[in-house]
Write a protein that binds this ligand. Structure first.
Ligand code: GRF
Length: 201
């Protein structure tokens, strides 16, 4: 399974996925990093892993559709079969959603449909929930609204700060994302209407 990861920041999830694939057992390869921030740490990670990076500057385009058109050509030229959004901080338009619906996933640091959008860990802390977690879902036209594939709960502990809770949420992400990609690569994930079934053998 040929994968492109889209990321804008640190890229710890990109790294976790690359490490899991390298360790073996996932029939997939990361062919490309797509990044909108030249100074992002994820760009260095890709370089050390020997993974090609497609960098673009959104400001140089009239609108989102314009740069997504170029990204789409790049993905097609490389035969990309799965897009993984891992901390990609931009909205996706129909230019990418339509051709890749059911083949584009996102990792979100909360138990959707709770706390969509940005700052989800802080939102969860401020709300006072006792359990939060992480979600991997297919991407549709909305913000964090697509069909859910996998979730993992993370307990909120007394005295948690955004930092301590974030760290545990990240640990959960680093397990759940590679596991979900493995399920998809093994052909065990089916999307019917807007519900997902996972064949767990
Ligand atoms: C993760 O928490 C992911 O769920 C969110 O952005 C964060 C990216 O972290 N969408 P990293 O860049 O993978 O370290």
């Amino acid at each position: 399974l040929k994968i492109a990861v889209f990321a804008s920041g640190s890229g710890s999830n990109f790294q976790a996925l690359a490490d899991a694939i390298q360790a073996g057992g996932i029939p997939a390869s990361i062919e490309l990093l797509v990044c909108d921030k030249p100074s992002a740490r994820v760009v260095e990670r890709a370089a050390s892993l020997g993974i090609d990076t497609y960098l673009f500057q959104p400001k140089q385009y009239p609108n989102r559709e314009a740069y997504e058109q170029e990204i789409l050509s790049e993905l097609r030229a490389r035969g990309i079969e799965l897009i993984v959004l891992a901390g990609y901080m931009r909205l996706i338009t129909r230019v990418l959603v339509e051709p890749y619906y059911g083949r584009m996933i996102n990792i979100h640091p909360a138990l959707l449909p709770a706390f969509p959008g940005v700052n989800s860990v802080k939102q969860a802390l401020d709300y006072g929930v006792r359990v939060t977690g992480v979600t991997v879902h297919f991407v549709d036209g909305g913000t964090d609204t697509g069909p859910i594939i996998a979730q993992q709960a993370v307990e909120v502990l007394p005295g948690d700060t955004e930092e301590t809770l974030s760290a545990r949420v990240h640990q959960a992400e680093h397990r759940l994302l590679p596991q979900t990609v493995r399920w998809i690569a093994e052909g065990r994930v089916r999307l019917e209407d807007r519900l997902v079934t996972v064949d767990r053998e």
